[in-house]
Ligand binder design. Sequence first.
Ligand code: PA5
Length: 444
Amino acid sequence: MKIELSHLEPFLGRDALKNAEKGIANAYQTIYNKTGAGNDFLGWVHLPSETDESLIADIEQTAKKLREKSELFVVVGIGGSYLGARAVIEALSGHFDALNGHKPFIVYAGHNMSEDYLKDLIALLDKKDYSLVVISKSGTTTEPAIAFRILKEHLINKYGEKEATSRIVAITDKAKGALKQLANVKGYKTYVVPDDVGGRFSVLTPVGLLPIAVAGIDIRQLIKGAVEIEKMCQANPTLNDNMVSQYAAVRQALYDMNKTNEIMVNYEPRLVYFSEWWKQLFGESHGKEHKGIFPASVTFSTDLHSMGQYIQDGLRNLFETVISVENSGHELRIPHEDEDLDQLNYIAGKRISEVNHKAELGTILAHEDGGVPNIRIVIPEVSAFTLGQLIYFFEMSCALSGYTLGVNPFDQPGVEAYKKNMFALLGKKGFEERTEALRKRLEA
Ligand code: PA5
């Protein structure tokens, strides 16, 4: 993988990056020496290289058992407890696996509170053999707790208590939280979310590894890719040779120029959920104290026919980070037609990926002309290894960017605001004062 910054030249002078150099070097020190805000959440820094062989083997073993008896596998979790797994699974699955009878097919629950969604899921689960993993670090998050309560009952009704238990895995804190207590009482197989790894940095812990392994993906390759970038950062954090440092520096320089919105662009629909994972990582880590770049995402060329107009001509507070994939997994060429009624013979014989790459280059140049700086992150192909590289690349650059921005990248105090109101409106014990205040506010 590599980073390409040539399309930034019209926007950033050479000095912009030089100016950021010191800040990035300091941020590395803050991370490696654990001296910054949130320093008790740095367990992800050496996680890839320190992942125990026995843990990997155990996860593979559990995944094998679950795969053997499941047509469907349900991942119950929200935010950092599901997005990383979904990002990797969707990136490495066939686009139409759901309709191709691929087993086990992975479905998700506990990431919304839609009655219709859950009802539709249950109707599907009525007809399929399935098992599930419930993931919650705190063990008390409302959305997955509701979904798990419903699915647990469904599993027991379908298979009986004993078999249902063998079809449930819980991933949560080692000691605290309602889910941990429930798992102890019921005797579920459990994995631990390490204390010092926050949800959005947890994809390389069992939180991501177990569902990814159940999907049949090689978790060793995923970890190997992450280890490579972990080692690279440690060996040489300077701006010259380190793409992670360069990305963090460029983001800060663009933010200082009032480029407050970053759009992650992909040209492969399989990467849509990778963008979702990235949005959470950066949005929840940086959006604090009325600061931070707003992370958005698009899939091109699809969204060139919807959002393309805004990006080309709208408010000039944007920059783009393009994930560019050099090689497709398959080959498909545009056929020649003697009649050429659709006038496509000028590209007959070309691979679709070649046309896609020209769309990418043409778009980058057009957006550059339109005043939108572009960063390109290039991977040779979408694989477990390159996804592992990307995951660590973005985790470390997110931490660096957070510290150069001057926020604690590892907390999320703002997430509590909606929860408190929701609990008060639902009449949860302990929220009586807020319930009363909200009642008055709504009646006014
Ligand atoms: O990154 C985070 O910490 C959050 O997005 C959490 O992952 C999310 O809120 C789910 O929390 P939990 O795993 O405690 O259910």
